[in-house]
Design a protein around this ligand. Structure first.
Ligand code: CP
Length: 313
């Protein structure tokens, strides 16, 4: 098997992304007639999740099942031999003989890159601390592409909330930078975009601005809000200070473009009012659904088997 890990959104070229979006749309349409696309029958996916997750782990596992493959899983440090003092390297080394693909979520930034260097099967970064979440960014990009013409038109994306620790935002900025997009980062400066991402945008001549004013969402085609990442704050009082600062509700949407889409990687706390759940602008549950199709594409991408989809057309 050709080994292709997914570690950072940086690794994708525009043509990789266009291919992934096309194949994801194909999978979405194929699943209307097929419950299963049996391509990965001989493969086992290991989901190694050392931080909480609902969507990422379950959509990866569901994606593997829908592709005819099987899954083994380790959830939570306390239920693996890491709790007995085993190193991550030893855990992964053993895993190599049990599975063909490893999706890992770990609290330490860069953990998946270390994992990929340690073992010979493809490693998928399913979230590494405050670093990145590249597969979430792929499903986010797919969601935007469903609602907006990102190929032919320029879009303005407003990111709201915890932009410092929001790893989904870090990865999505990198992917959208390959398209015609500009950004507004809406947050207090204490939890604003880290300098390294700003420098990357400046170096690519990508237009962006920073503000703490939520009304800036009125200019945007896409509003992408995240929860304040409580688990990343060393000082709990900072979390308390910011936790309910921005709330997307009907009143705010009245000030926005009628065709704005509101995205959230979920889980949400109070930052998106449930009163907008039924409004056409609210696409966050569709976004989570698109995680299934996107992750099916990515499992085929890492195994080099994307072409096998053609047999189902
Ligand atoms: N969006 C996301 O990563 O959700 P989970 O933490 O539930 O996997």
């Amino acid at each position: 098997m050709q080994v292709k890990s997914i570690l950072t959104a940086d690794q994708f070229t525009r043509s990789d992304l266009d291919l992934i979006l096309n194949k994801t749309a194909l999978i979405e349409s194929l699943l209307k007639n097929h419950k299963q696309l049996n391509i990965l029958n001989e493969y086992i996916l290991a989901t190694m999740f050392f931080e909480p997750s609902t969507r990422t782990r379950l959509s990866f596992e569901s994606a593997m099942h829908r592709l005819g493959g099987r899954v083994v899983t380790a959830v939570g440090m306390q239920f693996s031999s890491l709790a007995k003092g085993e190193t991550l390297f030893d855990t992964l080394k053993v895993l190599e003989s049990y599975a063909d693909i490893c999706a890992i979520r770990h609290p330490v930034e860069g953990a998946s890159t270390v994992a990929a260097k340690s073992i010979s099967i493809p490693v998928i970064n399913a979230g590494d601390g405050a670093g990145e979440h590249p597969t979430q960014a792929i499903l986010d990009l797919y969601t935007i592409s469903v609602y907006k013409d990102i190929i032919h038109k320029k879009i303005k994306v407003g990111f709201v909330g915890d932009i410092k620790y929001g790893r989904t935002i870090h990865s999505l900025i990198k992917l959208l930078s390959k398209y015609n997009a500009s950004f507004i980062f809406i947050s207090p400066s204490e939890i604003g975009l880290p300098d390294k991402y700003k420098e990357a945008l400046t170096n690519q001549n990508i237009e962006y601005k920073e503000t703490s004013d939520i009304d800036a969402l009125a200019e945007c085609d896409v509003g992408y809000i995240t929860r304040i990442q409580e688990e990343r704050f060393l000082d709990h009082s900072t979390f308390e200070k910011f936790k309910d600062l921005y709330i997307i509700n009907k009143n705010l949407l009245k000030k926005c473009r009628e065709d704005i889409i509101i995205m959230h990687p979920l889980p949400r706390l109070n930052e998106v009012s449930t009163e907008i759940d039924q409004m056409p602008q609210a696409v966050y549950f569709k976004q989570a659904e698109y995680g299934l199709y996107s992750r099916m594409t990515l499992l085929l991408y890492v195994t080099g088997l994307l072409d096998k989809l053609d047999a189902f057309k």
